[in-house]
Design a protein around this ligand. Structure first.
Ligand SMILES: Nc1ncnc2c1ncn2[C@@H]1O[C@H](COP(=O)(O)OP(=O)(O)O)[C@@H](O)[C@H]1O
Ligand SMILES: [Mg+2]
Length: 276
């Protein structure tokens, strides 16, 4: 369905993504983990064509999307909608209009200028907001909503484009644990119920383990792990994050401690079972 081949991005002497290759046979929920600067955002931005790659290819439906231009490139950007850590909503605009912004690419400049949205689009926007549990907030300004609600508005805006793929760059990094859970559950549900692929850069291990079918670990621009959450052992995690400074990052070390505890518990259960 999707194949990334030797995708590389250089910023001067710095190689942000270094021959990154992976393929996806069916829509999955994929988490990308790695310390800050590992190249996670650059990778998503190249997939969405927000950033041009230095070399490599991204094959989808038999064509290399890195070669698309103009209207075809914009169509691709609707096929793989992107959401961001900072939501990127228009703060003073109401929620419904923010969601309808997701339809901009298929409307005329004049209609856009005068905010003329077909009523079917407005109904669809409200139905999507309802699905995400925030229809009550439709008339409010985006800035009046909590972070978790704003991120759900951003997801609604992405869904308005009926994307096959949703790219999420640290979607919960600015949220408290409760809201983080609500947003991750929304992404998971969209994946399961609609069959859309979700690729999310995540800054904590436990989130990746909990919500994703597959985890890709990046370090220094390279993929150093690609497997299931079960295969992501403490040792592998240490390798991805590097056993130094970033290891004391609270979120990461917390996750690692939890991981170690759960592995110890699993070992104890196995030993107890073996003893019976
Ligand atoms: N626009 C840019 N110009 C120059 N260097 C960049 C730019 N964007 C990212 N980089 C560099 O590329 C590397 C990977 O960054 P990034 O993809 O943001 O990593 P991550 O999202 O994993 O934190 C870093 O060394 C970063 O400084
Ligand atoms: Mg990033």
């Amino acid at each position: 369905m999707f194949a990334v081949n030797k995708l590389t991005k250089r910023f001067g002497a710095n190689t942000a993504c270094d021959h990154v290759s992976f393929s996806v046979a069916a829509p999955k929920m994929i988490g990308i983990i790695g310390r800050s600067g590992a190249g996670k955002s650059t990778l998503l931005r190249m997939l969405n064509r927000l950033t041009d790659a230095t070399s490599g290819e991204v094959m989808h439906d038999g064509r290399d999307i890195l070669t698309l231009k103009g209207a075809e490139k914009r169509a691709w950007q609707s096929t793989c909608a992107m959401i961001f850590q900072q939501f990127n909503l228009v703060p003073r605009m109401d929620v419904v209009s923010n969601v309808l912004h997701g339809t901009l690419s298929r409307r005329s400049t004049l209609a856009t200028l005068f905010n003329l949205y077909p009523s079917s689009d407005i109904e669809q926007a409200i139905a999507i907001l309802d699905r995400l549990g925030i229809a009550d907030h439709a008339p409010k300004r985006a800035e009046a909503l909590s972070g978790g609600q704003q991120q759900r508005v951003a997801i609604a805006r992405a869904l308005m484009q009926d994307p096959q793929i949703i790219l999420a760059d640290e979607p919960i990094a600015s949220l408290d644990p409760m809201n983080a859970q609500v947003v991750m559950e929304a992404l998971r549900r969209i994946h399961e119920e609609d069959g859309r692929m979700v690729i999310a850069n995540l800054h904590t291990l436990d989130t990746a383990r909990r919500y994703c079918d597959r985890v890709i670990g990046m370090r220094d621009g390279r993929i150093v792990f690609d497997g299931t959450p079960e295969q992501l052992t403490t040792g592998v995690a240490r390798d991805i994050y590097g056993a130094d400074a970033s290891f004391s990052e609270e979120a990461t070390s917390t996750s690692l401690e939890a991981l170690e505890r759960s592995e110890a518990a699993a070992r104890a259960i196995r030993e107890a079972e073996a003893a019976v």
